[in-house]
Design a protein. Sequence first.
Length: 683
Amino acid sequence: MDKQTIPLHHPAQDALALISHLVGAMALTPLVALHCIDHAGHVRFSNDRFGLLYGVDGERAVGQPQSKLLAFDDQDGHDAMLEQVWQTGQPSPAADWRVRSADGRDLWVYSIMFPQLQGDVVQQVFCMDVDVTARKQLEQQLGLAAQVFEYSRDAIVLTDHRRRIIAVNRAYTQVTGYTGPQMVGQDFVSTHSGVEDAALTHQIWRGVDGDGHWQGEIAARRAGGDPFPGWLALTAIRDAQGQVANYMGILSDISGRKQAEAQMRHLAEHDYLTDLPNRVLLRDRLPLALAAARRHHAMLAILYIDLDHFKQVNDTLGHHAGDALLKEVALRLVRCVRGADTVSRHGGDEFLVLLADVGGSEQAAHVAGAILRALVQPCQVDGHLLTVSASIGISIYPNDGDSMDDLIGRADVAMYHAKQGGRNSFQFFNPAMHAQASERAGLEQRLRSALEAGQFTLHYQPEVDLRSGQPVAMEALLRWRDPLHGEQVPDQFLAVAEAAGLMPAISQWVLRQACGAAQRWRAARQELVVAVNVSPVQLAQWPHMVADALAATGLPPAGLELELTEDLLMKAPDAPAVLQALHRLGVRLAIDDFGTGYSQLALLRQYPVGKLKIDRSITGAHDDAVIAATIAMARSLRMQVTAEGVETPAQLDLLRTHGCDHYQGLLAEQQIDGRLLASLRAP
């Protein structure tokens, strides 16, 4: 296989004399393995070194075929060279052979074969072998190191102890553009290698001299002058005496890594949908803007923007349309501010705008007005022409606070007041708002503990049949015994409960309590229906909650009536499906506060509703025409009619004239036996 040939020029008249001459000349007598073979390949002579080298007994080797004592990797090549000696009578060239010994070891030997002649006939062939395994292993290691150096993907450079380059590999040329001839003899950390910062160069060599190594990021430059970010690892290589013999530098082009880091940082600091700065980046920028405003005695403004009725877009057209609308809103907001300002998506349909170095409240109002005008312009989304408005709250530094959290929180409070004031407007924060916000926060906190503390109760209002004068149903009305302000009606706390996400739990409690009360009435032989108002929050969950309440209390479905407002039926896109699901459960359905909305007769025909409840505002106004029309419409739809808020006999006579079925209100409570009403309301 692998062999290195060295020609010999000694004549081969006397083989033994030649052996003595070579061995003596090499002064290797103890290390040279000798043996000779006959034409049949059998060993005729071997010395002790032969036995040691090949792991055989020297005496027993005599007479054995050489092929049983050692095997050459390149057996064919060795046999051909041996045959040439037999044929020509000339010594073989010296060569390296890889050999497997009798005891299974792999060796490298430096070998010469020469003939013993009798006349012109070769009688034997002597073989002289020297163990060069260690040298071969060293050569392989050096060769491997050379391959690693040359084919490494990292740019590697070697210098002498004076820091002058003695070699660079292929990757170094690919990375920097400098070739080996250009670099050999140069200072490694120099202009040629791209490091131009003298202070950094001093720091690098001080680190290597002190610690033996240095690594870090450098601003490198290619041969053509193009800069690139590099990572340099420089190490001192010491000799056996501990003196620096060489330096090795590994230079990596980290442009890709830096780009990936920049991209990851961008993703972490920007909203995935709109690519606007997110809360993380805003919280980085706002303290810097505040610090600058303090230094220059300037003002800045925070605009807290919340889109009006955005949920309806998601509910009616789907989240894809909602996402498209948010992208368009983001573009319009950016166009309304300066480059020095920051537009951030705060989450959902909320945005924050940081106006840096604002001239005053007038400038902030001007920007807010521009935003409102920009947003109300119609835009095409998935083939639909949409318009969107916003409610904006504004806080000003330093008037409204000097910290990031204060300014954002007070802009949020002002936004809430803008929304409460009718939407599509902006409001500046003022201290009165802060007081109201604190009161609202306290109310929310008390509400969160009210359910667990047993502070909610149900008040039952009777619904009476006009013909018999007997109660036919009891409407469950929620009350809250607030420990701070006493008993509260729903109008005083439901909006806060909805905003705080408490309505699903409250609605479930009301259902369970009302169904349990109706089941107790049935046990006492009072076949009364219990009526419960449906909250629009999480409307889709109501069939599941109703089924659970009926199963938990044992109340038959016909004993429960659910009241939904006109507004809920007209605006909630999932209302038809929810009503059908409730109808399949077997519960009764009623439209509450009828006459205050904009119901269409054609739509009412689609709903499985069995009752209309005339709003108290119509009953109280003695609106004869509206009452008559409502009852007539209900009759055409085969629905019952209940009038709310009946307080006088005159109102009752009017309802009886037009054929109203049931009524509720103060008069209904007065005309029912007090003891019966008390027993029904008992817990």
